[in-house]
Design a protein around this ligand. Structure first.
Ligand code: ACO
Length: 334
C-alpha cells in the first residue's frame, strides 16, 4: 500500500463580485440578514457572456495545480471531478477536462456528492493511489451555481448562499508512510434526500413537462429546508471529525488546521467552539465566496496554504456535510 500526498494546489473564481446589497435589488433581502445568518458578505457569480462553466473553471484551477506540482498534463494518470452543476446532464465534466487540457486518453470520473463532493473525490483518488493503480491523480471541485438559482424573493432562502468557483489539487504517491492522507471517512443517509434537492429535470419529470407546467413548479430550482439541514450539519460535522481523529489515535488538540466545507459561517463557528479551536486553527472564506459546494474546501485549502497557514507536518482536517445527506472527513499529515 502506498500513501498519497497533495503536491500541487490551484483555484479560480470569476472576477464578478456580487455583494449582498446587489442581491437586495433583485429580491427582498438585506445585507444584515445575510451576514447575521450566514456570514456571507459577497460571492462571485459568472457574468453574462463569460466563457466560464464548471468545466472551464475547473480546467483553469487544474492547470495551476499541475504547474504548482511541478508536473505536466502528461504526468496525470486519472481525473476525479466533483460538481453538482455539470456543464451537461451527461457526459460529466471529467471528460471535458481530459479534452480541455489536451491530456492523453486517461480515465475520468465525476463525483455527484454536492457539498461533500470534494471529500468523496479526494478519498476516491486516495484509494487509486493506495492500491498502486495510479501515481498522480488530478482532483477537481467546481461549481457554476448562479445560472440555476431562483433570483426572486421566492428563492432567497437558497440563492443568497451559493457562489461560483473552482479548486483543484494533484494527489500523488509518496513513499513516506507518515505523510499525506492518513484516512478518510464517508457517510450517507438518503432518507433526507428531499431536504436539499434539485428535483428536475428528472426522467420522471422531463423538459417538455416542465415547459407545460405552471409557475408553481419550482422543481428545477434548489430546495433546502435550511433549519433541518443546519441541525443535522452541526451533529454530523462533529461526529465525522471525531471518527477521523479516533481512527488515527488523535484528539482535537492535535488539529493544526481545520478546513470545513463553507456552508455557513455559523456552522463552522459551532464546530470551532465545540472542539475549542483557536482562530488560527480554522480557515474560513465563505465571507468572500459564499457556498461554492464541491469547490469550497479546495478553494479554502489553496488559500490557506498560499497564505502560509499550513506548514510541513501540520495535522490538517477537512470535513463536509451536505445534500444527500452525505458527509465525510479527510485527515492529512501535511
Ligand atoms: N433575506 C431575508 N429574509 C430571508 C431570507 C433572505 N435571503 N431567506 C429567508 N428569509 C426569511 C424567511 O422567509 C423566514 O421568514 P419568516 O420567519 O417570516 O417565515 C426567516 O427569514 C427565517 O428563515 P429560516 O429559513 O428559518 O432562516 P435560518 O435561520 O434557518 O437561516 C439558512 C437560513 C441560512 C439557510 C440556514 O438555515 C442554513 O445555513 N442552513 C444550512 C445550510 C447548509 O449547511 N447547507 C448544506 C450545504 S449546501 C449543499 O449541500 C448543496
Amino acid at each position: 500500500m502506498y500513501n498519497s500526498k497533495i503536491i500541487g494546489l490551484g483555484s479560480y473564481v470569476p472576477d464578478n463580485v456580487v455583494t449582498n446589497d446587489e442581491l437586495s435589488k433583485m429580491m427582498d433581502t438585506n445585507d444584515e440578514w445575510i451576514q447575521e445568518r450566514t456570514g456571507i458578505k459577497e460571492r462571485r457569480w459568472v457574468s453574462k457572456g463569460s466563457e466560464d462553466t464548471s468545466a472551464v473553471m475547473g480546467a483553469k484551477a487544474a492547470k495551476i495545480a499541475i504547474d504548482k506540482a511541478g508536473l505536466t498534463k502528461d504526468d496525470i494518470d486519472f481525473i476525479v471531478f466533483a460538481t453538482l452543476s455539470p456543464d451537461y446532464y451527461f457526459p460529466g465534466c471529467g471528460v471535458q477536462i481530459q479534452d480541455m487540457l489536451d491530456m492523453p486518453t486517461i480515465g475520468a470520473i465525476d463525483i455527484r456528492n454536492q457539498c461533500s463532493g470534494f471529500i468523496y473525490a479526494l478519498s476516491t483518488a486516495d484509494q487509486f493511489i493506495k492500491t498502486g493503480m495510479y501515481k498522480n491523480v488530478l482532483v477537481i471541485g467546481a461549481e457554476y451555481h448562479s445560472n440555476g438559482l431562483d433570483k426572486t424573493t421566492r428563492g432567497r432562502g437558497v440563492s443568497v448562499i451559493f457562489g461560483d468557483g473552482a479548486g483543484a489539487c494533484v494527489l500523488s504517491r509518496t513513499e513516506d508512510n507518515n505523510k499525506g492522507i492518513l484516512s478518510s471517512h464517508l457517510h450517507s443517509q438518503g432518507k433526507h434526500a428531499d431536504k436539499l434537492i434539485v428535483k428536475s429535470p428528472s426522467i420522471k419529470h422531463w423538459v417538455p413537462e416542465i415547459l407545460e407546467s405552471t409557475e408553481e413548479d419550482t422543481s428545477y430550482y434548489p430546495f433546502m429546508d435550511g433549519t433541518f439541514v443546519f441541525k443535522h450539519a452541526v451533529v454530523r460535522f462533529s461526529e465525522v471529525i471525531m471518527e477521523g481523529l479516533a481512527a488515527n489515535n488523535l484528539n482535537p488538540n492535535d488539529i493544526d488546521m481545520f478546513i470545513p466545507h463553507q456552508a455557513n459561517l455559523r456552522i463552522s463557528q459551532f464546530v470551532q467552539h465545540k472542539f475549542k479551536l483557536k482562530d488560527d486553527q480554522i480557515y474560513n472564506n465563505i465571507m468572500k465566496y459564499g457556498n461554492t459546494t464541491a469547490a469550497s474546501i479546495i478553494i479554502a485549502l489553496t488559500e490557506a496554504f498560499e497564505k502560509g497557514k499550513i506548514k510541513d507536518n501540520d495535522l490538517v482536517v477537512l470535513a463536509a456535510f451536505g445534500s444527500g445527506f452525505t458527509w465525510g472527513s479527510v485527515i492529512i499529515r501535511w
